[in-house]
Structure formats: C-alpha cells, structure tokens
Design a binder for this molecule. Sequence first.
Ligand code: MN
Ligand code: MN
Length: 458
Amino acid sequence: MSELAYKRTNVYETADKEKMEKIFAYAEGYRTFIDEAKTEREACVFVEEEAKKNGYKPFKFGMKLQAGDKVYYNNRGKNIFLIRVGNEDVGEYGVRVIASHIDSPRVDLKQVPLYEAEGIAFAKTHYYGGIRKYQWAAIPLALHGSVVKADGSKVEVKIGEDESDPVFYISDLLPHLAAKQNAKPLGEGLGGEDLNIWLGNIPYVAAEDDKDKTVKENLLHILNEKYGIKEEDFLSAELSLVPAFKARDIGFDRALMAAYGHDDRVCSYPAYTALFDETSEKHTVLVVLADKEEIGSEGNTGMQSVLLNDLIDEIARAFGASPAAVRANSKCLSADVNAGYDPNFRDVCEPLNSTYLSCGAGLTKFTGSRGKGGSNDASAEFVGEVRKMFSDEGVIWQTGELGRVDMGGGGTVAKFIAKMNIDTVDIGVPVISMHSPYEVISKADLYEAYRAFRAFIK
Ligand code: MN
Ligand code: MN
C-alpha cells in the first residue's frame, strides 16, 4: 500500500521477541490488580498501598506542595487521586490529568434484602450500571462490600473468592420449561426483580424452641456468628454481587485476557503504573480513579464532584498561579474502554471506524449518540497534539467510535472534565462483551495504553 494511505498496525504482528515479553509480563501485574480489586473500594485500598510503596504521602488540604512532591488523596475509600508535582510552571503549562473509573456494573443487595420462599433463603437486589440481566444468572457470584453496624463500626465482607468459600447464585429456567421465556425479547428474559440471590436452604433448629424454625432465621444466626451483624445492619450496608471468576488467558496463543470489570480497571491500571514508572519530572501529573461512572458520575465520589476542581485550585495556590490559568492550560486523557470490533456481531460495527483487538490503544474523538449528542468531541488541534506525543514515543494506537451511527452509543467522564476548560480526549483499551460478567481485552492493547499514558506525561 502507498505511503500516503492510512492503515492500522497490529501490535503482535510488529513486536519483536523483547516487546512480546514485555507485553506478557505487564499483563501479569494487571492480573493481580484485576483479581484483587473487584469493587471501587477494593481498588482504592490496592492503589493506596501501591502509592505508598512508590513514596506517595497522604495529601491534606492547605498543605504546602513543592516540585517533586508525590501525594495521594483517598476520597471516602471509593475514589483516589494521585498527584506528582513537576518542575515546570503550572500557571503556564497546567496539569496533565489521566482520568479513569474503578466502579463496574454489578448486582447490589437492597437495603432490606432477606426473605424466605418455600424453604429457600434469598436476597433481593438492585442492579448497578448497564447490565444485560440474563447474563448474570447461573454463574458463580461473590459477595463484596461493607456493613456499618448500629455502633458505627464497620465490617468488611469478601466471600466467594477463595476456592474453599461458598459462592452465590441467581437461577434461570431449564430449557424444558422455558418455552414462554424463550418467546420474550432477550432483554426481558429476566426482570430486575428476578435477580434474587440464593443464600441458604437449612432451617434453624433451636434446642428447645422451634417457633423460629426457618431458613432465614438460620441465616441470621450464621451472619451474626461470622460478622456480628443483625438484619437491621443491612440498612447501612453496601454489599455487591460480582462474578467469582478469576482473570484467565483466552485462546491457545494467550493473546487475550478475560476478567470481570476490565471496564474500566483495564485503563486504571496503566494510568497509575504509567505515573509510577515515568521518571520525567517535567509535568505536574494528576491521576484520578473515580467511582460511579457506571451510574452517571454522580455523587461526591464521582467525576462530577467539585473535588477535581478543588485539587487543581490547591495546586495553583501552592505556586501562586491563577487557578483559571492552570485549568485552561491543563490537558486530560479520559481513559475509558471502547467497544472492540467483534466479527460475530458485524452489523453493529462500522469497519473503518472501529477499534480492533491488538491494534493498540483506542482513541475516541467523540462518544455520544444520535448525531454525537452528549459528547465531548475533542478538537482536531488537541487530537493532533496527542497524536504527536504518541508518534514521538512510537505508541501504537488507533481510532474508533462506539458502534455504527444511530445503533446506540454511550458516554464517558470526558465531558465533565472538558467542562472545567480542560482539553480532553477519550483513549483506552478495546473490550469485547463489555458490561458482561466476563469481558475480554488484548494484552497488547493494555500495554500500548500504558505506553500512551507514559508518552502523555513524559
Ligand atoms: Mn467505562
Ligand atoms: Mn461501562
């Protein structure tokens, strides 16, 4: 093909032996993170530990920041900021921001969850984020979260991850009796109120008293023994069911990796490891790992909170710079996943403008739906600037939209950061089966996302 034409580059096709080894080694670090951190709370704990190991100190509002400082701010255990102060003037050059999210779609327990039906104890749920409900039945689920008791003390729950733990379960119909269900549209096969969690089947048998001889009563005794909690404590609890699967390689060549919650921890991991590994001290860098993206980035731990703005103000103040000038000169990579091209579902993809697995980090100029509605739509100038940063470092990247025009669409945190007068563009890792219990990515794309973030903060 002529040198004038554009063609995507396949990372594996062009990698030498040394690069192949780097790609596969980097994926092993990610495997540990994705298996340990299945909720935003667990991701915060994990990243805070990693930050401390890399010399980061807790940030306090009003503290004096200096060039070379490395600080983190753990916002309520659900959202974490990492800041490394650089040498260049923040008033003139702003802050390099990399933003991703650490929450993923899942099934949450309701606040009054427990009930019994025909000798089986169940929990009621309310799903979190955009799930296809039928995918969450008949798979092993683990229970993760926190319970705040009447005295204010907190109990952490994580059960179903250890091989010897029990797991939890949502049932589905047997094909023999599913004729009626099969006739429904796929999206209605299981309803929101059908996602009830199987919890137990043994009735409580007290020594002398059998008036409470129920499975639910037995369950309450087990919970009280194990966690010291009562039924009322669920009122102030956040408990989530997540797939109990561990990350596994896919296929004979191990090019791909399946896991729960690649969206968006597959971008969070390269964001914070790029910060730790990049030794250039020029730019002031802020990595934010946010909560609540899957439900609209709301709340005081989501990207729409004023906290990012407050932190940039603090950085400006520390150097006597105008906060407005710092924001105006800042640049942001909104690090989120895109839909990878899936040859099994060609009709929803537009082949020229899709991100392909193993063709590098996927840059998305605009998201949104129906005529780019609700999208940040990065400027050609900013895409050009980022493109140059990547080409200077030999980063392999591609571009793609989220599916065919008018097929659907989606959004990211990009627009909330752009609103602060910061140039922002979306970039991340292409994902197959997004929002399902077991999503798939390419290890090559994960590695190129890491290289892209390093190029951006170098
Ligand atoms: Mn996402
Ligand atoms: Mn998502």
